[in-house]
Design a protein around this ligand. Structure first.
Ligand code: SAM
Length: 230
């Protein structure tokens, strides 16, 4: 196994369906990635299995308490014998996720992901165990689960063997800070709309040129900030 994901969440079911379909499922079956989900509530020492409480200082909403999270974390690290664990807290306050971060994370062996809920988690948890805070964009979700799936998916497809030969990411958007050129498949003419002639020419040099030009054009239009990075 090249990468083991360990997810700490209050809603483990969310991960079952996504990780059991399509490319994620195949990657797990091939033994390239592994995904273990831990229910934080199972580790609560409270007799009612409580995992949240009112915020000190007042204000709306509930905050997740440290004990169940830290005990979940200790369990993960001990049972999987992880040294220097990388612990990602999904939060709108984090660094905004991107292909570059996904690439950096894809060389790890174990990644622990912490999903918040309600108003978030007690800051002391972050200070104690979190190594990276990641946001998936400038908006607020109800929980970190979707964000964790986004991060897991974007990392997984970069691990060798997860994508098949026909699903390479080398030409894809964000490689070389360019957005991808337009793609076409059969039929050649659909509702009177034709596939660009050059793609049918069989001339690979010309095709590469056309694709590069289209990439630059669309990147200029939509994401000039990427071209500035080049
Ligand atoms: N009170 C927090 C704030 O203002 O920063 C927002 C808490 S949010 C309602 C609940 C949980 O959803 C967070 O703890 C976090 O795990 C997750 N979450 C929400 N938006 C997110 C985003 N853009 N990226 C990653 N995780 C997010």
């Amino acid at each position: 196994i090249d990468m083991r994901f360990h997810i700490m969440t209050l809603f483990p079911e969310i991960f079952n369906s996504y990780m059991n379909e399509s490319i994620m499922k195949r990657a797990i079956e091939k033994g390239i990635i592994d995904c273990k989900v831990y229910n934080i509530r199972d580790f609560s020492e409270n007799k009612h299995k409580k995992v949240d409480d009112y915020p000190f200082g007042g204000g709306a909403g509930m905050v997740m308490t440290p004990q169940p999270i830290i005990d979940t974390y200790k369990h993960i690290v001990e049972t999987n014998k992880i040294e220097n664990p990388r612990v990602i807290y999904l939060t709108p306050k984090g660094k905004v996720h991107c292909q570059e971060i996904a690439k950096k994370l894809s060389i790890e062996e174990d990644v622990i992901l912490l999903c918040g809920h309600y108003e978030g988690i007690d800051q002391r948890v972050i200070d104690m165990i979190v190594t990276d805070e990641i946001s998936i964009g400038d908006y607020v979700l109800t929980g970190g689960e979707l964000a964790a799936l986004v991060v897991i998916d974007s990392i997984s497809r970069l691990i060798p063997g997860v994508l098949g030969q026909n699903e390479s990411f080398e030409d894809e958007s964000f490689e070389n800070n360019l957005l991808e050129y337009p793609q076409y498949t059969r039929p050649r003419v659909y509702e009177g709309m034709e596939v660009p002639e050059v793609l049918l020419s069989g001339n690979h040099k010309k095709i590469d040129e056309w694709r590069r030009e289209e990439s630059i054009k669309i990147t200029k239009e939509r994401r000039p900030d990427l071209l500035d990075k080049k």
